[in-house]
Design a protein around this ligand. Sequence first.
Ligand code: GDP
Ligand code: MG
Length: 296
Amino acid sequence: MNEQQRCGYIAIIGRPNVGKSTLLNGILGQKISITSPKPQTTRSQILGIKTVDSTQAIYIDTPGWHDNQKGAMNRYLNRLATSVIMDANVILFMITATQFTAEDEKVLSHLEKVSCPVILLINKVDTLKDKSRLLPFMEKMREKYDFAAMIPLSAKKKDNVVELQQTVSTLLPEGPHLFPEEQVTDKSVRFQIAELIREKVIQATEQELPYSTTVEIEHVQTKEKMMDISAIIWVEREGQKPIVIGKNGARLKKIGTAARKDIQILVKQKVFLRLWVKVKAHWTEDERTLNSTLPH
Ligand code: GDP
Ligand code: MG
């Protein structure tokens, strides 16, 4: 007899850099959400689907809320973040051991409106020298919100991540699975390729480029077991082009090599990658362009 199926949405929220994307990639065993030591690298909502036996957990990695309501991009992201927590079946609220910052407090304030169970994830416990600080910290956190559970973990070292998934599955509602068992994300391969390139751009340029850099895949063509990809890295100003290209094209070459390696793992074949850097003026300020360029 078939066990009763469970299926539901799990929103992963928390201030930038706590480790949300790292956790999602760890759960899926595949890089679908880009990570970096630089905040605000996740720009659209990423679905990560994990099906284990009768349970399908659909995780949503959100870019979170932004204080600055001025740009169309930030307004769009704030609306997105709010709708994600209102529709979730379970919320994972991630902070890091053992601090609770003003920014964490702001994220927590959004949870006043929700009615689903919220699990507090205390991440990066691997960095904790004095583990005895964890218990009093958890006591303090218990007073802040009626959490369904509190789980210390290390997303990077994958400590306690399986236990987290087990706790999540007990909280998901009964219902049929929404995606085929083998599907890992709702994003197309094209989108994932663009994200992998964007990740390398961010990693190679560190603090020099704003997070509004985008990547557009011009074409993808498979010929003789080789995938031929050409992509455009869009920057906002002419002056940002040399930042991406580097001296004699050295940086762009490094970006291309690193991206190609990851893309080959994703598509499981050899890749020939061509990258172009172009200027697209003020695209973040135009909400219509935004809606047409961001995947839904
Ligand atoms: P996000 O902005 O919340 O999605 O955070 P990311 O997943 O991009 O991670 C931000 C940074 O924290 C990256 O440099 C990660 O490698 C690092 N990180 C994430 N999880 C852990 C962890 O458990 N331990 C440690 N030491 N670092 C982590
Ligand atoms: Mg992220």
